[in-house]
Design a protein around this ligand. Structure first.
Ligand code: HPA
Length: 237
């Protein structure tokens, strides 16, 4: 086959049925090198590293998505549509909209609310709230339970904006949509899964809080996200 514009793989079977997608390609490299056996790099176009290896004997891939809906929209579509990928589990960071979730808590998205035009522009989908695969979510919940890792389930907000002039704007979205936290990718990922008939889910670790203004450094984030990775890998196992 001809490689896609953004993934330099020219045959099927190189990328596993299940792809774990962090936003940061260096985090994909970290997961591959620290958790997978025999990881092989399959993509370096635009430094968006993707690897396939095995976890407890099962073939699995991990690839960066980049930040924001346009970026994950491109990579997840190419994986679903052209490489026969069946499941994508996003593993990302988020900012808390409520005191109910604390720094480093793991959130399993039950729905993604967004004011983004992605789903409508992509496929005429008019809903502003999209859901992940119930089956994947069930597996992720079971994996978390078997690892004794607490997770919080709820709606998240997929935003196009990281820096807002009015930093209190989030309160309205929290109130109206009951969104626990904000990130920037899941709505587009769920739209692409819906359009291609595939499955997607999203696990997030709280990296900062819009309520308390606490934050973590990029190095702390890299190290603290292992719980979320373990859940995603255990699910694929
Ligand atoms: N806003 C948007 N995306 C994020 C944030 C945030 O505060 N934290 C982690 N991803």
């Amino acid at each position: 086959m001809i490689p896609t514009p953004h993934i330099e793989v020219d045959k099927k079977g190189v990328i596993a049925d299940t792809v774990i997608m962090p936003g940061d390609p260096l985090r994909a490299k970290f997961i591959a090198e620290n958790f997978l056996e025999d990881p092989k790099l399959f993509n370096k176009v635009r430094n968006m590293f993707g690897y396939t290896g095995t976890y407890k004997g099962k073939k699995i891939s991990v690839m960066g998505s980049g930040m924001g809906m346009p970026s994950i929209g491109i990579y997840s579509y190419e994986l679903f549509k052209f490489y026969d990928v069946k499941n994508i589990v996003r593993v990302g960071s988020c900012g808390a909209y409520t005191d109910d979730v604390k720094l480093y808590d793991v959130i399993l998205a039950e729905a993604a609310y967004s004011e983004s035009s992605f789903a409508e522009a992509m496929a005429g989908i008019k809903e502003d709230t999209l859901k992940p695969s119930a089956e994947l979510n069930k597996k992720l919940e079971e994996a978390a339970k078997s690892l004794n890792i607490d997770i919080t389930k709820g709606t998240i907000h997929s935003s196009d904006v990281f820096y807002r002039v009015n930093s209190d704007d989030y309160k309205k979205i929290y109130k109206e949509h009951n969104a626990l936290a904000v990130e920037m990718e899941s709505f587009a990922l769920f739209a692409n899964a819906q359009v291609t008939g595939k499955s997607a889910a999203c696990l997030l670790t709280v990296s900062d809080s819009l309520v308390t203004k606490e934050a973590t450094t990029s190095e702390e984030r890299m190290k603290s996200f292992t719980n979320m990775m373990k859940i995603a890998l255990e699910m694929a196992e």
